[in-house]
Design a protein around this ligand. Structure first.
Ligand code: SF4
Ligand code: SF4
Length: 235
């Protein structure tokens, strides 16, 4: 029923058609593994630079760090020495956002290169916080679903995001981030687990026990998938 309503949703001038879901998904996973930038057709949107984000810069980003005035960066809480964050001004603008553009665009932080607001419609997660520009922009994207695989992968990504939200207590402390952007990325990294997951009704006490055990196995498989993704990235 919901799918029918989505299909019937009238097209408006505000809609932004984007690539097939599976093509997008493999692209963003590859971008995360290789460190290359995401390819987002942002057009005139400047949401990322004007939405009160703390921008992380790692110690290996020497060209970027060299271009950020020292007084604009501070030690990133909870991360090893050398990791810094850039804050934002009273309007929520990044301090490197000057004359309506990024003043260090060619050397912008990896965080900025890899950001893709399509993660929100992909996972079904809300942008969160006071970020109306990003919420508005991310709500406009419209993936296409040219093959059955596109729809199956969308369902798997959304199931992964929903599972992380519902059963955070099954994971080690801190594994499920509070930050919706980071949470969406975890879902995108572990979604293959849900391509294989089989939903079964929980009708009896034994069934409930089975369901609980299944959830623990699912969480373990998600953790393993996450670790494998990170190994592939580092390798
Ligand atoms: S909010 Fe989305 S469209 Fe806008 S600048 Fe950021 S990534 Fe691009
Ligand atoms: S560093 Fe550049 S791309 Fe990144 S948020 Fe600031 S202005 Fe935008």
């Amino acid at each position: 029923m919901i799918e029918e309503r989505i299909k019937e949703r009238p097209k408006s001038k505000g809609r932004l058609p984007t690539e097939g879901f599976s093509e997008w998904l493999s692209g963003i996973r590859l971008a995360q593994k290789t460190g290359v930038g995401a390819s987002v057709p942002c057009g005139e949107c400047r949401g990322c630079c004007t939405s009160a984000y703390f921008i992380h810069v790692g110690p290996e980003e020497k060209e970027t760090l060299a271009r950020i005035p020292r007084k604009l960066a501070f030690a990133a809480p909870g991360l090893p020495k050398g990791h810094v964050l850039m804050g934002y001004d009273e309007k929520g603008h990044c301090p490197m956002f000057i004359d309506n553009k990024c003043s260090i665009y060619a050397h912008r932080p990896k965080t900025c290169r890899q950001y893709d607001c399509r993660i929100f419609p992909a996972t079904g997660l809300a942008v969160g916080g006071e970020k109306p520009v990003i919420a508005g922009q991310s709500g406009r994207w419209e993936f296409s679903f040219p093959a059955a695989q596109d729809s199956e992968e969308l369902r798997a990504v959304r199931a992964a995001a929903a599972f992380l939200n519902a059963y955070a207590d099954l994971f080690p402390a801190g594994f499920v981030p509070n930050n919706p952007t980071q949470q969406a990325m975890v879902a995108i990294k572990v979604y293959p687990v849900f391509l294989e997951a089989i939903a079964a009704p929980e009708k009896s006490e034994a069934g409930k026990a089975d369901a609980a055990a299944r959830r623990r196995r699912t969480a373990a498989a998600m953790l393993a998938a996450y670790k494998q993704f990170e190994r592939d990235r580092d390798g």
